[in-house]
Design a protein around this ligand. Structure first.
Ligand SMILES: NC(=O)c1ccc[n+]([C@@H]2O[C@H](COP(=O)([O-])OP(=O)(O)OC[C@H]3O[C@@H](n4cnc5c(N)ncnc54)[C@H](OP(=O)(O)O)[C@@H]3O)[C@@H](O)[C@H]2O)c1
Length: 310
């Protein structure tokens, strides 16, 4: 019996491992082929996650269009990429397009410029965004609107401006960098959480509507990442928050998150949560035990209020 078990199980085990390894290799090769020479547009490429996404997509041989508000910073990144020798694959000189996502007219003009760069777009990464800190009662509606314009209406307008050319080619991939706060809402982040919930909802609808044209939609929901997001956040009166929050400082490295995003896009994943266990569990708690989730958020609000007033 022992002899039969050992002679049957070991080859079976190695066979399974071999098949799994082969599957992973094929998946990796397919992913590389999908991204190599793909025209990839990245918004918010001047900083943090967008900058790191630019680096990883560039290194796979993608043809980049780097977008942001600061032309100097975009040009600097472009030169950095050209000078980098981190890859053996053939790379392509990136283009840059400067515009503000809160300006609807600028978005229409920018979309035309983006299309002129390589003639078409394969992948749009809607990454640019701002965060917010404040109480609902102290926050002016203008601030709510500014966050919504940057994080929601801007990406929606850019996506709509680029979709017709994708539909014509029956090829394209829209990526939305949302947040864990697109799935759960945390006190004193109302405008941000609302903008990310809207993002999740819009791009979920888009995925269903675009299936007939074979256009992919990926929504990525990261947890905290160590970038300047909290420093650049706006407060209740619209001024810059200017503080590196402890949670953000302790967040994941943007390099690692960019690599995870590259893999998720390459594998054409539909909805990806890139967060630690606790925030991931909170999503389930919100669905399965909403009462408990709401009390936890209320005590979090109480604790933060107390800390601020002490
Ligand atoms: N960091 C985190 O903990 C975290 C967690 C989950 C999700 N995210 C999401 O990740 C994305 C990238 O954020 P990040 O962490 O890399 O923050 P970041 O370092 O502050 O970068 C934000 C980027 O968005 C651009 N941007 C802001 N407002 C814009 C506007 N009106 N028009 C055009 N571009 C604008 C910024 O450009 P300028 O240089 O011109 O300001 C910058 O390039 C955001 O969507 C954010 O919500 C971040």
């Amino acid at each position: 019996m022992d002899f039969i078990t050992s002679t049957a199980i070991l080859p079976l085990l190695f066979g399974c491992l071999g098949i799994f390894g082969l599957f992973r290799l094929l998946q990796w090769m397919r992913m590389k082929a999908y991204l190599r020479n793909a025209v990839v547009v990245i918004t918010g490429a001047t900083s943090g996650l967008g900058k790191e996404c630019a680096k990883v997509f560039y290194a796979t041989g993608a043809k980049l269009v780097l977008c942001g508000r600061n032309q100097e910073a975009l040009e600097e990144l472009k030169q950095e990429l050209i000078a980098s020798q981190a890859t053996k694959v053939q790379t392509h000189k990136p283009y840059t397009v400067t515009f503000d996502l809160t300006d609807p007219e600028a978005i229409v003009g920018a979309a035309a410029k983006i299309l002129q760069c390589f003639g078409y777009v394969d992948i749009l990464v809607n990454n640019a965004g701002i965060s917010y800190r404040g109480t609902i009662m102290d926050t002016t509606v203008d601030v709510d609107k500014r966050v919504m314009e940057t994080n929601y209406f801007g990406p929606v307008a850019l996506t709509k401006a680029l979709l017709p050319s994708m539909i014509k080619r029956r090829q394209g991939h829209i990526v939305a960098i949302s947040s864990i706060q697109g799935k759960i809402s945390i006190p004193f982040r109302s405008a941000y959480a609302a903008s990310k919930h809207a993002t999740q909802a819009f791009f979920d609808c888009l995925r269903a509507e675009m299936e007939q044209y074979e256009i992919e939609v990926t929504v990525i929901s990261p947890g905290y990442i160590h970038t300047n997001l909290s420093v650049n956040a706006i407060t209740a009166d619209g001024s810059r928050y200017g503080v590196m929050d402890k949670t953000t400082a302790q967040g994941r490295s943007p390099v690692e998150v960019a690599q995870d995003i590259l893999a998720a896009v390459g594998k054409k994943k539909k909805d990806v949560v890139l967060a630690d266990l606790l925030p991931s569990l909170a999503i389930y708690l919100r669905t399965l035990a909403p009462g408990l989730f709401f009390s936890l958020m209320a005590s979090r609000a109480k604790k933060e209020r107390k800390a601020k007033n002490s």
